[in-house]
Design a protein around this ligand. Structure first.
Ligand code: FDP
Length: 357
């Protein structure tokens, strides 16, 4: 009898890697072909498709009409909206309409929750996302990203307030981002480690690049907008003075959180965006920026904090809530927190009986 055919996939590592697509990887992660695994695989695939569309638009942005610049409108955060923000936001809507997968969308670019009622009978999930993170980089051809967070639908489909979404980030079932850099990279976690895929333009597929990425316990990079130095509380100035006076630190700040976080995911270090005098709660949005990245950081043996508590424990009070963010290697985040705690101990305790004024 002839020997049964033995494929080289799995033995030849290059072929094995080339053939591991994102949707296959999700199914492998969940170790199931059940309905939920199929849904999650399809959702990741759709997000990846949105990423491919945005990536294509970005690579052609200087060549086509109306891709760059501002729309003239401000979003709910009071920030000027770019044409690319609108394009990417609409891409996410269009890939999930009529998909049967996602019942509601929450985006930085939309004041209110965007319901997709035709999906709600089958798609019991809400996708929260920042379609273009770091949009000030768009017009100068530097890296930007898209960040996403997935939650299981808890509440009433017709509740427009999304009260069920106002729970800590530990309730996320998946999170990730797409980084539009020299290559387009898709990073995700379903709560089973963090995995990176690179878009192979010749195949039009995201191909597995690295599995179970771990953030080193310490890294030399610190990433912060030092232009805000005099706007911070003393504790953050203490930390920056510390790194200035100690060898072995490198300042790296790209103006796009996704890019700066990706560096830290790969090489270690810390990204921080503290509160400022004008904005004590900082700039970054909890539900679709800080919480998904905190989910990834914890899955990769890193950590994320507001300075006071883990990001994943913060109870949101509204869908566009902001928080300070300190994220990255455990030792580096702990060092920043130690400066925060030290200054806190110096403050006199507030006595409830004290007269004000
Ligand atoms: P942007 O406003 O350009 O979208 O998400 C907010 C964000 O970028 C982050 O990506 C980035 O890290 C930060 O803001 C940059 O803010 P500053 O210009 O205040 O440093």
């Amino acid at each position: 009898m002839a020997d049964s055919y033995q494929p080289t996939v799995g033995t030849d590592s290059s072929l094995g890697r080339d053939s591991m697509t994102l949707s296959q990887h999700v199914l492998q992660q969940l170790d199931s072909f059940g309905p939920e695994a199929q849904d999650l695989s399809a959702i990741m695939n759709r997000i990846a498709f949105a990423g491919k569309l945005v990536s294509r638009r970005l690579t052609r942005a200087g060549l086509v009409e109306d891709a760059l610049g501002f729309t003239g409108r401000k979003n709910i955060q009071g920030e000027s909206v770019k044409k690319m923000d609108v394009y990417a936001n609409d891409v996410f809507i269009s890939v999930f309409q009529q998909s049967g997968l996602i019942c509601r969308l929450v985006s930085e670019e939309m004041d209110d929750i965007y319901p997709i009622p035709e999906n709600c009978s089958t798609g019991r999930y809400t996708l929260l996302y920042d379609p273009i993170d770091g949009s000030s980089n768009v017009d100068i051809n530097l890296n930007v990203g898209s960040i996403f967070s997935l939650r299981r639908q808890q509440g009433d489909d017709i509740d427009p307030t999304g009260a069920d979404l106002l729970t800590p980030g530990r309730d996320q079932i998946a999170a990730g981002y797409i980084l539009y850099g020299p290559s387009t990279v898709f990073v995700y976690s379903l709560g089973k480690g963090v995995h990176c895929f690179t878009l192979d333009p010749s195949l039009g597929e995201f191909i597995l690049a690295s599995e179970n990425v771990q953030i080193p316990a310490h890294g030399s990079n610190y990433s912060v907008n030092e232009g805000n130095f005099w706007q911070w509380e003393d504790s953050y100035r203490d930390y920056i003075r510390y790194v200035h006076h100690h060898q072995g630190y490198s300042s790296r700040y790209s103006g796009a959180l996704v890019g700066d976080f990706h560096r830290i995911l790969m090489q270690g270090g810390v990204f921080l965006y503290p509160g400022t005098l004008k904005k004590p709660e900082g700039k970054l949005r909890l539900l679709y920026e800080s919480a998904p990245l905190a989910f990834l950081a914890e899955q990769a043996s890193g950590t994320a904090s507001t300075g006071e508590q883990p990001i994943l424990d913060v109870d949101p009070d509204q869908i566009h809530m902001r928080t300070p963010l300190i994220i990255g290697s455990v030792e580096d985040v702990d060092l920043v927190k130690s400066f925060v705690q030290e200054r806190k101990l110096e403050r006199p305790p507030v006595s409830s009986g004290m007269a004000s004024g």
